[in-house]
Design a protein around this ligand. Structure first.
Ligand code: ZN
Length: 446
C-alpha cells in the first residue's frame, strides 16, 4: 500500500512544520521579551567638563540610551524623553570617566617589611593574587577610573585577561581594561634576582634574548589576549660618577624592533618602560609607541618623541614614595630620580610631547587615591584642563578609542563621573569623586 505510508509521511511533515512554526514564534517572542527597549537616563549637569573642549559649560542635559550617550545640550533647550530616569547632578561638576594608562592590578604596593615584591611572587597562590586584583579593579572604578591600561601582571601570567573577561561578563565590577599580560625583558633585566645562581627563579616578566625569542614572546602574549605589549627597555638605575642618573639598558634595538614589528602587524601597540640614556634611545630608535616613566629625558630624546609622535606616560607621584634613607646609595638614587623626573616633565611639556596620565598604581597601594598624580602634573606646570584631558580624550586617542571614551559627547560610551566643586581651581577634588557611571550603569552615587 504505497499511498498510506506517504500520507502518514506527509502528515508527519505537516505536524513537524506546525511544531517548528510554534517553536519559531516562541523563540522570536522570547527574544523580544529578553531584549526590552534600552533604558533612558537623563543627567542634569551643573557644570560639564566634556574631556575634549577647552571650556566648561553650565547647565547641561545629557541623555543616555542604554550604554551610550545620545545627546548633550543646554538645559534651556533640552528635550528629555518622558520615561527617562533623571539623575540630578546640578550641584556638581560632571566629567568623562577617567583613564589611567599605567597600572598594575596584580601589585599591591608590596611592603618591603613583609617580604616585598619577591614574597608576592614566591608565596601568594594565583587565586589570592586574582582576588586582590579583583579588589583593585573595584577600587579604580569607585574612584572614577572607568578605563585602565594595565601594563603587566608581575608574575601572574595571563591573569589580567581573566580579570578583563570577568568584568566584561558582569561577574565583577571594574573598569574597561586594556591589558599587557606578561611584559618582556632580557636575561638580567627583571626580578626575581639576587638568589643563588644554582636556582632557577621565577621572573616577574617574560625573559627573551635575541630577536627570534623576543618576537616569539610578543606572539605568545598577543595570542593569549594582550591588547598592548609592554617591554622593559631599562632595569636597574644608580647615581653615576658625575652625579647623573644611570640606567642599565636591556633589549637591543634589534630585539625591540622584532617586538614592535610583530605587534604592529597585529594592529597593536608597544609600551616601553624606559628611564633614560642608552635604553631610552634604543626605545625610540626601535619604534616604541609610548615611553613609560621617562625619568631622564635628554633634549635629543624629547625632539625624537615630538617627531615620532611618541606618547609620554610619566607616572610622577610613585617616585615620591618609599625613598630609602638619604645617606644611602639607594636613597640618593631615589631623590635623583624624582628631581630628574621633574625637569624631564617640564621640558617635555614645553616641547609639546603628547603626555598621558598614568600612575603605576600597584607600585602605590590601591588604598591610596589614584588621582594624586593630577596634583604633581599641575604642580610641575601643566594647566588643570590639560591634566584632565591627559586622563580623558588624549588617553583615548592613545588607546585608539577616540570619541568612544574620555569624552561626554553623543555616540560615546556613558562613562561619566562627578565631583563637588571646580577641579580646574582645585585639582585635588578629583580625589573625591561623588558619582560614577560606567556603560550607563550607576556604580556610585545617586
Ligand atoms: Zn609600572
Amino acid at each position: 500500500m504505497p499511498g498510506r505510508p506517504r500520507q502518514r509521511f506527509l502528515r508527519r511533515i505537516s505536524v513537524k512544520k506546525v511544531l517548528l512554526l510554534f517553536c519559531a514564534v516562541f523563540v522570536v517572542t522570547a527574544v523580544a521579551q529578553e531584549t526590552p527597549a534600552p533604558q533612558v537616563t537623563v543627567i542634569r549637569a551643573g557644570t560639564l567638563i566634556d574631556g575634549k573642549s577647552d571650556k566648561p559649560r553650565r547647565d547641561q542635559v545629557i541623555v543616555i540610551r542604554g550604554n551610550k550617550i545620545e545627546s548633550v545640550s543646554d538645559a534651556a533647550t533640552a528635550k528629555t524623553p518622558a520615561s527617562a530616569t533623571v539623575i540630578d547632578l546640578s550641584q556638581l561638576t560632571v566629567l568623562p570617566g577617567l583613564i589611567d594608562s599605567h597600572t598594575h592590578l596584580f601589585l599591591q604596593g608590596e611592603d618591603p617589611a613583609k617580604g616585598g615584591y619577591d614574597a608576592n611572587i614566591l608565596t601568594a597562590p594565583l587565586s589570592l593574587r586574582a582576588a586582590r586584583a579583583t579588589v583593585s579593579a573595584r577600587r579604580a572604578l569607585e574612584q572614577g577610573f572607568t578605563t585602565l591600561r594595565d601594563v603587566e601582571t608581575e608574575g601572574s601570567g595571563y591573569g589580567d585577561v581573566g580579570i578583563k573577561q570577568a568584568i566584561n561578563a558582569g561577574y565583577i565590577p571594574g573598569p574597561r581594561l586594556f591589558v599587557a599580560t606578561r611584559a618582556i625583558s632580557t636575561t638580567g633585566g627583571y626580578m626575581l634576582e639576587g638568589y643563588a645562581p644554582e636556582l632557577t627563579m621565577p621572573k616577574g616578566a617574560q625573559i627573551a634574548d635575541g630577536p627570534v625569542e623576543t618576537r616569539k614572546a610578543a606572539r605568545e602574549e598577543l595570542d593569549h589576549g594582550a591588547d598592548w605589549i609592554k617591554v622593559y627597555m631599562t632595569h636597574r638605575s644608580w647615581v653615576g660618577k658625575n652625579g647623573e642618573l644611570v640606567s642599565q639598558p636591556t633589549l637591543t634595538v634589534e630585539e625591540l624592533r622584532a617586538v614592535v614589528d610583530e605587534t604592529h602587524g597585529w594592529g597593536r601597540k608597544v609600551a616601553c618602560h624606559a628611564y633614560g640614556g642608552i635604553g631610552l634611545h634604543r626605545a625610540l630608535d626601535g619604534g616604541c609607541d609610548s615611553i613609560e616613566h621617562g625619568l631622564d629625558l635628554d633634549d635629543a630624546a624629547i625632539s625624537q618623541m615630538v617627531k615620532q609622535g611618541t606618547w609620554y606616560v610619566p607616572t610622577l607621584a610613585v617616585y615620591y614614595t618609599d625613598w630609602a634613607p638619604a645617606d644611602t646609595p639607594d636613597g640618593q638614587r631615589d631623590r635623583l630620580r624624582a628631581s630628574a623626573h621633574e625637569v624631564s616633565f617640564k621640558k617635555a611639556l614645553q616641547a609639546g610631547v603628547k603626555i598621558v596620565f598614568g600612575t603605576d598604581m600597584g607600585g602605590i597601594p590601591w588604598t591610596e587615591p589614584i588621582a594624586q598624580e593630577f596634583s604633581r602634573m599641575v604642580e610641575f606646570g601643566m594647566r588643570p584642563m590639560d591634566a584632565i584631558q591627559s586622563a580623558t580624550s588624549h588617553a583615548a586617542v592613545m588607546l585608539e578609542m577616540e570619541n568612544k571614551i574620555g569624552v561626554v559627547a553623543p555616540g560615546a560610551y556613558a562613562d561619566i563621573i562627578a565631583v563637588n566643586g571646580d577641579p580646574l581651581r582645585d585639582i585635588k577634588l578629583l580625589e573625591s569623586v561623588q558619582f560614577v557611571m560606567k556603560d550607563g550603569q550607576v556604580f556610585r552615587g545617586k
